[in-house]
Design a protein around this ligand. Structure first.
Ligand code: ADP
Ligand code: MG
Length: 211
């Protein structure tokens, strides 16, 4: 059986992401208060709300258009580092997916990977720099591994979401090397990276929307 993910499911993913970010806005801001400037929750809540509204207004009919609309809105509504970074993720996701109305498992994994590579290209963070990259890359490696082992897409996405949450928690002991938290040096140790927390929500939302 070939499993595919429709535009409706992808829209549900992004709406769920918006909802989770909104519900956890204070938590995300509190994480950023510890090692940044206490705006990650409000940045992400504002950006995802505007981006989801844009999807509702545009009703994109291809995955390329969906990624472009969501990503461009994040870039234009979020002033912090996370706007351009998450925005780039969705722009690259859409470009990789192309003018299609659904994605099979391989195309979905490839589009997510393209998004993550865009974040790395834009932000220049490496693994262990205590950024969202520390969640994106391990979660996508897990997704690829599960699919290569023949897992059903929904199970592979659930495993990737579990991995994302483990990877988020693993940012705690790291010393930040990129972004505002890097100004703290060793004092960033012991705090979870805010962007890693929102990225874990992104994967959980995807797993829940496809299940
Ligand atoms: P700002 O740091 O401008 O206040 P946010 O608070 O919204 O923006 O987002 C901070 C998050 O952005 C960090 O927790 C981290 O995950 C992510 N981030 C910052 N710089 C980079 C980078 N160069 N590469 C990847 N992610 C980054
Ligand atoms: Mg901040």
């Amino acid at each position: 059986m070939t499993e595919t993910v429709s535009i409706a499911q992808l829209t549900n993913w992004l709406n769920t992401f918006r909802d989770t970010v909104g519900e956890n806005k204070e938590y995300l801001t509190n994480l950023d208060a510890e090692i940044g400037d206490a705006d990650h929750g409000s940045n992400m809540a504002r950006g995802t709300a505007a981006a989801a509204d844009k999807l509702a207004a545009d009703n994109p009919d291809t995955v390329a258009a969906l990624g472009k609309a969501f990503g461009m809105t994040l870039v234009s509504t979020v002033g912090g580092a996370s706007g351009p970074l998450f925005g780039t993720f969705f722009l690259r996701f859409g470009v990789s997916a192309g003018e299609v109305t659904e994605l099979d498992a391989g195309a979905l994994a490839a589009a997510l990977r393209a998004g993550a590579e865009g974040v790395v290209a834009r932000g220049k963070a490496e693994l262990q720099d205590k950024t969202m990259v520390d969640v994106l890359l391990p979660a996508l490696d897990e997704l690829d591994k599960q699919l290569a082992d023949g897992a059903a897409l929904r199970d592979a996405l659930a495993a990737a979401a579990d991995k994302a949450e483990t990877a988020r928690d693993a940012t705690g002991p790291l010393v930040a090397k990129k972004g505002r938290a890097s100004y703290l040096g060793d004092r960033s140790i012991g705090h979870i990276d805010p962007g890693s927390a929102s990225t874990a929500y992104l994967f959980r939302a995807l797993a829940d929307s496809v299940a």
